[in-house]
Unconditional design. Structure first.
Length: 654
């Protein structure tokens, strides 16, 4: 038996008598057993301690980390005759378990205990609380704890940046990164990769470039994690060439994550040839493709409208690589079949696959039915979508658009009335463009911008000029049978057109640079058509990232080959390689002040203009609201009400 085996150490302790007389030795034995995953032995040693102290109990709860049993041991400690109080290490260990399971209810009760004992702002306990709240989606709570911390190190800042990025709060992530730099804390690979993710989620190219520059100064650009984030970031910003430059620079250092990010970047551009070339090269270098490698490949083929190739690669995944397709892979296959008009086959696969179809899959198939004007199947898809979410506006909008395309206005009105009766609100279109270090957000018909008059004058000029070139409005985009003049006015004032007009004003996007616009929904057919003409008129490249893919307009054509029309509404996110989530837009509602960023990150930086922080706890539990500091009161145990609340939360957790 290895001399480092905890059982050997335990045997020596028994032989020398240390195991009987020294509680510290027994506490260390518990820790040794737990590190070797010998939990029953750890518990046995604990039971041999005549008078366990807080270190003993903490070692025991830590031995059962990532298990609800740690909660039960903690409650046993509180109800032990000695009435031992937890210390910071006890609470930190338990909070990490709460974040892993997750067990939010018990974690909230532990937060109450931490407040009572004065540990809630201590570095390690507070960091564990921040992690818990981010992992359970309560980013406001996490921010509140972070703001109240008495000491914040690089690790804590990094976890907050990543937490905000993962919870679709890119502006908070970037502002925290700026705060970290101003505080003098050294950047870490985690903080830089998190900031890159936040910037790329909103396609903020200039900010990603600035962060890249900072990474080069600090040497973090050579880190594999940061490198993969750079590849992903440039890919999401539409600069596949820049992403490929980072990819080639890191070369053999990259792992499968970096390769998948590069493939995903090409896939978003519809460059299926480049994706397959990378896939082949990856195999030649001895790397084993995973499910995300295939997702990037299937997405590229699906976006390119290559139905047979999509089927072939889907089969290769299972037959050659023994990988089980997940829901996202089936969504690509169903979408490709639907795009080819094989709607019945697509529906059959959706109903017989080993997963329950989600809203994204039914939405994709519904859009294909609408494109092929197959209203029988479209109604079924709409009903299935509404079964999942009765308030899903896309079920009504796509159906109404299909009827409008066929000129069946009575049915359009029926769908619209049904939507109104159900009190379903249509998700508004929002578009934004980055100019001079600032993000400018537009809604349809928006008149809040300080340069509104110039924007509308420029837009009118553009639309009148492209009509002379042959542009004809796509009236089918209108859901109502209204007057021709009203239709034209409504189409002209779509959010992406307003963003484009702003980008063409003097003093915004420098002449010669591509105009980069992001939209939360799919770009409409009329805007797609108009942008082709405008790119020819102004002799500028126009890049639009919508919910499905990138569109590059240049010299009167788009790189999607007009395949966008069958793209559907695929809004699901998958790790870091999917498209912008509508949840991101919760951070850019109405006030442009929420979207200010410093012109530079690191070195000399301008102040961000952010609205007042509204990060209050959504609901503090009664123990926190009414609790008293036990140390001040000189009490020797927690109140029974607090202990009972912990017991109840464990019972609730099950």
């Amino acid at each position: 038996m290895d001399s480092t085996d905890p059982r050997c150490v335990h045997a020596r302790a028994i032989t020398t008598g240390a195991a009987k007389a020294n509680r510290a030795v027994l506490n260390n034995l518990i820790t040794l057993y737990s590190k070797s995953d010998l939990r029953s032995d750890a518990a046995s040693v604990f039971r041999s301690i005549p008078s366990p102290n807080v270190v003993s109990w903490t070692a025991l709860t830590s031995a059962f980390s990532n298990s609800p049993l740690s909660f039960h041991h903690f409650i046993s400690m509180l109800r032990h005759p000695s009435r031992i109080l937890p210390n910071s290490h006890t609470l930190t260990s338990l909070l990490k378990t709460c974040a892993t399971l997750p067990a939010l209810t018990f974690g909230a009760q532990l937060h109450s205990v931490a407040v009572k004992l004065g540990f809630s702002s201590e570095l390690f306990t507070a960091s564990a609380l921040v992690s818990l709240y981010f992992k359970t989606g309560l980013s406001n709570n996490a921010k509140k704890v972070f703001d109240e911390m008495s000491l914040r190190d690089e690790v804590c800042f990094s976890s907050v940046i990543v937490g905000f990025a993962q919870n679709y709060k890119p502006m908070d992530a970037l502002s925290t990164f700026i705060e970290m730099r101003r505080s003098g804390k050294a950047s870490t690979m985690v903080s830089v990769s998190g900031a890159l993710r936040a910037g790329s989620d909103m396609a903020m190219l200039e900010q990603c470039r600035i962060i890249h520059g900072h990474a080069m100064v600090t040497g973090l650009n050579l880190n594999v994690i940061v490198g993969s984030a750079l590849i992903d970031g440039y890919g999401k910003c539409g600069l596949v060439g820049n992403a490929r430059g980072v990819f080639d620079e890191l070369g053999m250092e990259l792992n499968i994550v970096g390769w998948n990010a590069m493939m995903a970047g090409h896939a978003q551009q519809g460059e299926h040839g480049s994706v397959i070339e990378l896939f082949t090269l990856m195999e030649e270098r001895g790397m084993v493709p995973d499910e995300y490698s295939f997702l990037a490949t299937l997405t590229a083929l699906y976006n390119a409208g290559l139905v047979e190739e999509t089927e072939i690669w889907f089969k290769r995944m299972t037959e050659e690589y023994s990988l089980e397709p997940c829901l996202e892979h089936y969504t690509c296959l169903v979408g490709a079949l639907g795009k080819a008009g094989r709607l019945e086959e697509a529906e059959r696969i959706a109903l017989t696959m080993p997963f329950k179809p989600d809203a994204a899959l039914w939405r994709v198939l519904l859009s294909k039915c609408a494109y092929h004007v197959n209203m029988d199947i479209a109604w079924r898809m709409s009903d299935r979508l509404l079964e999942i979410n009765p308030m899903d506006d896309s079920a009504y909008v796509i159906l109404a658009n299909a009827y409008a395309s066929a000129g069946r206005w009575d049915e359009v009105r029926e769908v619209w009335k049904r939507m109104k009766d159900k009190k379903v609100r249509k998700e508004g279109g929002k578009s934004w463009i980055e100019a001079l270090g600032e993000v400018h957000v537009f809604l349809a018909g928006d008149r809040r911008h300080e340069r509104t008059n110039e924007i509308y004058a420029k837009l009118t000029e553009l639309m009148e000029e492209i009509e002379k070139l042959g542009y004809v409005p796509v009236w089918a985009e209108m859901l109502h049978e209204v007057e021709q003049k009203e239709k034209k006015k409504s189409l002209w004032h779509h959010s992406e057109k307003l963003a484009l007009a702003f980008g063409l004003l003097n003093g915004t996007v420098p002449p010669g640079k591509a105009l980069r616009i992001v939209k939360n929904l799919r770009i409409c057919r009329d805007c797609h058509e108009a942008f082709k003409y405008i790119s020819r008129l102004v002799e500028r490249e126009i890049i639009v990232r919508d919910v499905n893919r990138y569109h590059k307009f240049l010299n009167g054509s788009c790189n999607c080959g007009d395949q966008w029309a069958t793209g559907g509404g695929y809004k699901r996110r998958l790790r870091d390689s999917e498209y912008v989530s509508p949840k991101v837009l919760e951070e850019i509602e109405h006030e442009r002040e929420m979207l200010r960023l410093a012109d530079r990150l690191g070195g000399e930086m301008n102040h961000m203009k952010l609205s007042e922080a509204k990060n209050q706890f959504e609901e503090k539990n009664s123990a926190i609201r009414q609790g008293n500091d036990i140390k001040k009161l000189g009490q020797q145990s927690l109140p029974e009400t607090t202990v009972q609340a912990l017991v109840d939360s464990v019972i609730w957790y099950g």
